[in-house]
Structure formats: C-alpha cells, structure tokens
Design a protein around this ligand. Structure first.
Ligand code: CMP
Length: 143
C-alpha cells in the first residue's frame, strides 16, 4: 500500500493543530503507520529541503523548520500521496481553498502548517530520512 511522509510544522505544533490535522487524515480513512514529535537538526533540515538550497528563502526555511518540535508522520492508503496533497491545499495559504488544511489554518507561505511529500520518489526519500524501518508499523485496521 502507498505511504507518504507528512509533518505538522513548528507553527502547527505551537498552534495546537496536531489533533485537528491527524483527525482529518484519520476520518478520511488513511492509516497512521508511524508518528513522532521531534526537533529537526540543521543537517536533517538541509538534506530534507535540499532541492531548495539555491532559493533565496533557504536559510529562512531551515531556521524555521528547526525552530521547535515538528510532528512527523507516516500515513498509508490508496493514492495517499496525491490525496494528502489535496487535503493540505496549495503551498501558499492565500491560494489554498477553504476546507483544505492550509486554506483553513495557514497564513504565510513559510508558516504553512504542514509539509507533505509531493511524489512517490520524494515520499520514499523523506520516509527514509525521518523514520527507521522499525518505526513504521504494519498492522491490521478494518475501518
Ligand atoms: P513545503 O511543502 O514544506 O516545501 C518547501 C517549503 O518552502 C514550502 O512548504 C514553504 O513553506 C516554503 N516556501 C516556499 N516559498 C517560500 C518563500 N518565498 N519564503 C519562505 N518559505 C517559502
């Protein structure tokens, strides 16, 4: 079954949105396969956001994502990578539709509450960066 990497960013944790966000994915019917509250190191942040290293906002991005705890998650389900992206909404909260996580809770492009893998390749890469294989659980869930 397809898996994706999702992360409540430091602004989402500070604003008590962990429960609201996980609840949306649970109610959708995706299966939580792993989760942890963690502070991202500088080196992990630089690797995770490596594709943006030449962007003018890169140092701001690394500084923000390492500024406090994030809630890192593994979610599983049919077409979960694209489905979770739809539920997150556009990267820029002002472009994100109402009813999406960023549309409902985001304010600025930097503090946009949640990150989610944008492709199968990035899901594989990001899951390997953030989780050991023992931290990703395989269990039966009927509904
Ligand atoms: P995310 O999905 O985590 O992936 C890369 C992030 O870069 C993106 O969400 C935004 O939060 C961030 N980002 C994109 N554009 C800008 C910008 N102009 N200034 C600051 N951060 C940005």
């Amino acid at each position: 079954m397809e898996k994706t990497f999702l992360m409540v960013k430091p602004d989402g944790v500070q604003r008590n949105l962990i429960g609201e966000i996980t609840s949306r994915f649970e109610k959708k019917g995706y299966k939580l396969a792993g989760a942890k509250l963690m502070v991202i190191s500088n080196s992990l942040a630089e690797e995770h956001y490596g594709e943006h290293k030449d962007k003018p906002f890169f140092s701001e991005l690394v500084e923000f994502i390492t500024s406090g705890p994030v809630f890192a998650m593994v979610w599983e389900g049919e077409n979960v990578i694209a489905g979770a992206r739809q539920m997150m909404g556009a990267t820029k909260p002002s472009d994100a539709a109402p009813g999406t996580i960023r549309g409902d809770f985001g304010v600025t492009v930097g503090k946009n509450v949640i990150h989610g893998s944008d492709s199968a390749d990035s899901a594989k890469r990001e899951l390997e960066l953030f989780f050991n294989s023992e931290e990703i659980l395989n269990y039966q869930k009927d509904n």
